[in-house]
Design a protein around this ligand. Structure first.
Ligand SMILES: O=C(O)CCC(=O)C(=O)O
Length: 415
């Protein structure tokens, strides 16, 4: 059964009527109706006493204080637990975006959430490996691959001079942001090393090379044709995957925050490989075919790379992938960095009717409560609404003096 069917059928229990007081009864009744599984899971509710779910006997016990005899502990609110049970929130979303903290087995935590929601997925597609997309210059072939596999690779998308200019600008900006202490690093560095992943956002502000790329004909050929001529550039960033990029970024889709899930795609990723993208240096990894609801594929554990393949392509290639496709940064096992530019295009309906940033007077916006600022869209939610390096839940505001513009390191060495 697909997630969307579950979500539709779950409306008998509304999340707002369950509440912390009743979550134990709700969970017990749900669990007693399920088939046995070999796990014990501690549910550490943030707003109600902890529980242990014994999936072998399909029972719930009150005392969740001991962590020793459980496979994993999930820390989340009663409301989010109810959302998972009723199929309104994919458990992968809950811990990819940190509303559920997991200790112990992330794989069992994910499958436990699916079990509660009554859904199950395949974690990989069984398409023959020799049919998977390889770099091509044939747009018709790329369109077919995008439909069938959820991704395609266009070779030679950037002429050598443009590739060199973009790569040099990325290196320079990355070095300057690191030097100035405003870099958006992800992961943990070993010893004195910086964290393995560095992103930089809103590239439109950061050099004419990035502005010029927006005239690229592939945008007309793929983004406009797939999403409509009025689609928007919803995100424009670079991601440098250094050695040790490992399993830092979990597998995700770019519409995982959409509840209940919808069948169609809301966006298209267009990435440009600024180095050869290889399995060894952390090429973007995807789960082929996972974009199509009929294939019913979702990772059994977003922190594992099971079921993924690398999008291998020479430097200067464009990587196209559907917003529903499960994907992530690969593990860089070389000693050099992998540089990629990422553009995310989304359908225009993702914007509000009245653009609050231009239609609300700044003095009015300033006086709003945090709650109302959230309602006006001035909050970074799931993977949307970002301003610079803001994090989920942050209120965001227009501070022109804090927007990072084109930068140059004080020393000329930028590698
Ligand atoms: O680095 C990559 O290959 C994928 C990037 C990505 O998925 C992200 O930035 O969220």
């Amino acid at each position: 059964m697909s997630g969307s069917e579950i979500a539709g059928g779950a409306s008998a229990v509304r999340v707002d009527t369950v509440g912390a007081a009743n979550i134990h009864a709700r969970l017990a009744s749900r669990v007693s109706a399920l088939e046995h599984k070999p796990w014990r899971v501690r549910v550490a509710l943030t707003d109600a006493p902890a529980l242990v779910v014994d999936c072998r006997t399909c029972t719930v016990v009150d005392d969740g204080t001991s962590e020793s005899a459980v496979d994993c502990t999930l820390e989340l609110s009663s409301l989010d637990l109810e959302r998972i049970i009723s199929g309104e929130m994919d458990p992968r979303y809950a811990f990819v975006y940190s509303s559920m903290k997991v200790t112990g087995s992330t794989s069992i935590a994910t499958r436990f959430g699916d079990w509660l929601a009554g859904v199950s997925y395949a974690s990989a597609w069984t398409a023959p490996a020799n049919r998977l997309p390889v770099p091509t210059r044939d747009y018709d072939a790329a369109w077919r691959q995008l439909h069938e596999f959820g991704y395609a690779l266009i070779e030679g998308a950037l002429p050598p001079s443009q590739l060199a200019a973009l790569r040099a600008r990325v290196l320079e900006q990355a070095a300057a942001e690191a030097e100035a202490g405003c870099a958006d690093f992800v992961g943990e560095g070993i010893g004195d090393e910086p964290p393995p992943i560095q992103r930089s956002w809103s590239l439109i502000n950061k050099g004419s090379e990035f502005v010029e790329l927006l005239d690229h004909p592939l945008i007309d050929e793929f983004a406009f044709k797939s999403l409509g001529d009025d689609c928007c550039l919803g995100g424009y960033w670079f991601l440098i995957a250094g050695p040790g990029s490992g399993e830092v970024i979990p597998l995700h889709t770019d519409q995982l925050g959409l509840f209940p899930p919808i069948q169609g795609n809301i966006g298209l990723n267009m990435a440009f490989a600024l180095d050869d993208f290889t399995d060894a240096n952390g090429a973007t990894r995807v789960v082929p075919g996972s974009h199509l609801p009929g294939n019913n594929i979702a990772p059994a554990d977003p922190f594992s790379r099971e079921g993924t393949v690398p999008m291998e392509a020479p430097a200067g290639s464009a990587l196209l992938f559907d917003s529903r496709l499960w994907h992530t940064t690969g593990s860089n096992r070389t000693d050099t960095k992998r540089h990629g530019l990422f553009l995310f295009f989304n359908r225009q309906w993702m914007r509000p009717i009245e653009n609050p940033y231009f239609s609300t007077h700044p003095s009015v916006l300033e006086g709003l409560s945090d709650r109302l600022k959230g309602l006006y869209g001035l909050r970074h939610t799931n993977n949307l609404g970002r301003v610079g390096s803001s994090r989920m839940g942050d209120l965001v505001e227009f501070k022109p003096d804090e927007i990072i513009l084109k930068m140059t390191p004080s020393s000329s060495a930028s590698h």
